[in-house]
Design a protein around this ligand. Structure first.
Ligand SMILES: Cc1ncc(COP(=O)(O)O)c(C=O)c1O
Length: 313
């Protein structure tokens, strides 16, 4: 998915031209995978561009850093403001937003304590992550031969750059085998999540999703989709899910910022339910999409508007 350049990138407190947002080849995090990042989206709404759950994302960035003992040299409020400034600078009605905090140039070696922490925020237009048809028709999934990493190996609760080696191994394996995305089991053998999405399984009208202890990232969209489903009157249960439950599921769907809410219609060549997105998925997906785009009063507080200054004639 090629990146489309926009005007400016926020780097350590300044908006710099896109092509000047460069780092040294000896940047610490490039070598050891110790960066923390976020994936956020701004949506076009009737109040202009609005960022979905911005403060929640920035707070998760700080939590990711905290797990790594990385001190981000800004406050949550400062990075919330910086994100809005960057979105505004692109002039786009909607975009994907990528903040990252990483150990910069100057130190080498595995002791990160003396390292400086650099922060940047970039935005660009980014379409449906799992393809144009994924949201409407659903995707085909494969259970990965790679296990999701364990809490005591690489904490999955921290959105650490190095964690995505694990995700990429699974993603490429699934794509090469002819599937759209991978489902990862944790070292205990239970369903964990996908390479960049949380997973939900529907059986007999009840929605199940793996708990925090199942080696998942605490997805912001997972939280939102749980609340929306409960508000619609569905029972949502967080519990371990066994592999065979995926083969017997009536419906399966995934949530994530990049992918949004995507139905899964096949796992390991087993059709999920009727082989088409089911009714529960469709109901939650519709309400979720309305929430993202500010069409539901109840969830409007999840959207942080980025007022665009009026053009001077
Ligand atoms: C591994 C992983 N799990 C789950 C998610 C979903 O998280 P969110 O809904 O906050 O985008 C993501 C995406 O950030 C992810 O990378």
């Amino acid at each position: 998915m090629p990146i489309e350049a926009t005007e400016k990138i926020w780097m350590n407190g300044e908006l710099v031209p896109w092509e000047d947002a460069r780092i040294h080849v000896l940047t610490h995090s490039l070598h050891y995978g110790m960066g923390v990042f976020e994936g956020i989206r701004a949506y076009e709404t009737d109040r202009g561009p609005a960022v979905f759950r911005l403060t929640d994302h920035i707070e998760r960035l700080f939590n990711s850093a905290r797990i790594l003992m990385m001190d981000i040299p800004y406050t949550v409020d400062e990075l919330v403001q910086a994100t809005k400034d960057t979105v505004r600078a692109t002039g786009l009605p909607s975009c994907y937003i990528r903040p990252i905090a990483y150990y910069g140039y100057g130190e080498m070696g595995l002791n990160t304590l003396p390292c400086t922490v650099d922060v940047s925020i970039a935005c660009w237009p980014w379409g449906a992550y799992l393809g144009a048809d994924a949201v409407s028709k659903g995707v085909r999934m494969k259970i990965s031969s790679w296990a999701r990493h364990d809490h005591n190996v690489m904490p999955p609760a921290s959105k650490t750059t190095g964690n995505y080696v694990n995700s990429s191994l699974a993603k490429v394996e699934a794509l090469k085998a002819g599937y759209d995305e991978a489902i990862m089991l944790n070292p205990q053998g239970f369903v964990s999540e996908c390479t960049g999405e949380n997973i939900f399984v529907v059986r007999d009208g009840v929605i199940y999703t793996p708990p925090q202890t199942a080696s998942i990232l605490d997805g912001i969209n997972r939280k939102s989709a749980i609340q929306i489903a409960r508000d619609l009157g569905f029972e949502v249960v967080e519990r371990d899910i066994a592999r065979a439950e995926l083969y017997l599921a009536d419906e399966i769907y995934m949530t994530g910022t990049a992918a949004e809410l995507v139905p899964c219609v096949e796992v390991d060549d087993h059709a999920v339910g009727s082989g088409k997105p089911g009714e529960v998925t469709r109901a939650v997906q519709k309400a979720f999409d309305d929430a993202l785009h500010g069409r539901t009063e109840r969830y409007r507080e999840w959207l942080d508007p980025v007022p665009v200054p009026a053009k001077v004639a």
